[in-house]
Each structure stands twice: as C-alpha cells, then as structure tokens.
Design a protein around this ligand. Structure first.
Ligand SMILES: C[S@@+](CC[C@H](N)C(=O)[O-])C[C@H]1O[C@@H](n2cnc3c(N)ncnc32)[C@H](O)[C@@H]1O
Length: 175
C-alpha cells in the first residue's frame, strides 16, 4: 500500500520534471473528429502521404488520415495510457498495417520521411519543434496545426473549424 502511494508520488514528480525541463509540449485534449477532417483536407492528405503526429494522444488524427485518405501514419506519445489507448484503437480499426505508434518523445523523431505533420500542441510547443521541422522535413512537406500558429510565421493557408483557426505551413517549399 505504502509502495503504491510512493509510486504515484514518483509519477507526479516525473511529470513535473518533464514540464520543468520542457519535454512536455502540451496537455492532452483530443481533436474533435470534424476538426480532424478539416485539418487533413487543408493539408491535402492523400494515399501517397506519410502523416506524422507529434503528440498523437489516442491516435485519432492518424486513424482519420488512414481511414478517409488512405495515408500511412506514424505517431509518438509520451503518456503511457494515451499511447496504449492509441494502440488499442488502431488495432480495433484494423489499421495496424498502416499506422505505427511509439511511446517516445517528439524531440527524438526523425522527420526526414514525413510528408505531412499534424500538430495540436501550443504556441510554445510549436516554437520548440520548429527548428527540427525546418531542418528535417523534405521539400514539399506540409505542417498543419490546430488552434496554435507558429510565432512570426505567415501560414500558407488558414481555415476555421468550430470557429477556431487551423493553420497550414509549407516551410520547405523550396530549399
Ligand atoms: C493537445 S493533445 C493532442 C493529441 C492528438 N494529437 C489529437 O489531436 O487528438 C497533445 C498531446 O501531446 C502529447 N505530448 C506532449 N509533449 C510531448 C512530447 N514531448 N512527446 C510526445 N508527446 C507529447 C501530450 O501527452 C498530449 O497527448
């Protein structure tokens, strides 16, 4: 019993450390399904795409990309419960051959083969990831962000879902 309580204290401390040292880019909130559809349309996702979700939660964006656009997906999630929920959903949807999930930090992902990156983080989270996105994404990759823009960057296009902005960026249109 005592072990359980000290375990949960250790877990809480661990989460705080992640915030303090900037590993956690955003708290969890799942993208509503119709917003997911709007994001994927704005990014022109198609069957040739490899969609990456940095902080994929329960993998709903990747599931929508695979189901409705035929795109392969890769997602990473720090939180183990959300990661497990994502793995279960992908299996339940019969999409394990199209979507790969890993429980790991978004900062460790190799983005060189991503053609679309989907984000629902924060302005600060986007800013932290920006250098990696610019350095690693191939020419022509699209980055779609629900709710939060990249600071001081003009999106290549923009729409609204539920009255909330959805931003599209094409950082590496040409090199
Ligand atoms: C607002 S939620 C969005 C979830 C999902 N992309 C969606 O749209 O439904 C942000 C997610 O990012 C995860 N996250 C935050 N920092 C992360 C990091 N450094 N690496 C991986 N996942 C992270 C959080 O645990 C949370 O599940």
């Amino acid at each position: 019993m005592g072990g359980g309580s000290s375990n949960s204290q250790a877990l809480r401390l661990g989460l705080w450390f992640r915030y303090w040292f900037g590993q956690r880019l955003a708290p969890y909130h799942g993208t509503p399904p119709h917003v997911a559809r709007r994001m994927l349309q704005l990014a022109r996702v198609n069957a040739a795409d490899r969609v990456v979700d940095l902080g994929c939660g329960d993998a709903r964006l990747l599931i929508a990309a695979a189901k409705h656009h035929g795109a392969h997906g890769y997602g990473v999630e720090l939180d183990s419960d959300l990661f497990q929920a994502g793995v279960r959903s992908v299996q339940e949807e019969g999409l394990a051959h199209m979507i790969t999930l890993e429980q790991r930090d978004a900062f460790t992902v190799d983005l060189s083969t991503a053609t679309v990156v989907v984000l629902y983080l924060t302005v600060k989270g986007n800013s932290k990831l920006y250098p990696r996105l610019v350095q690693q994404l191939p020419v022509g990759a699209r980055v779609v962000s629900f709710c939060w823009p990249f600071e001081n960057l003009e999106p290549s296009s923009k729409t609204k879902a539920d009255g909330i902005d959805v931003f599209l960026y094409e950082f590496n249109k040409v090199r």
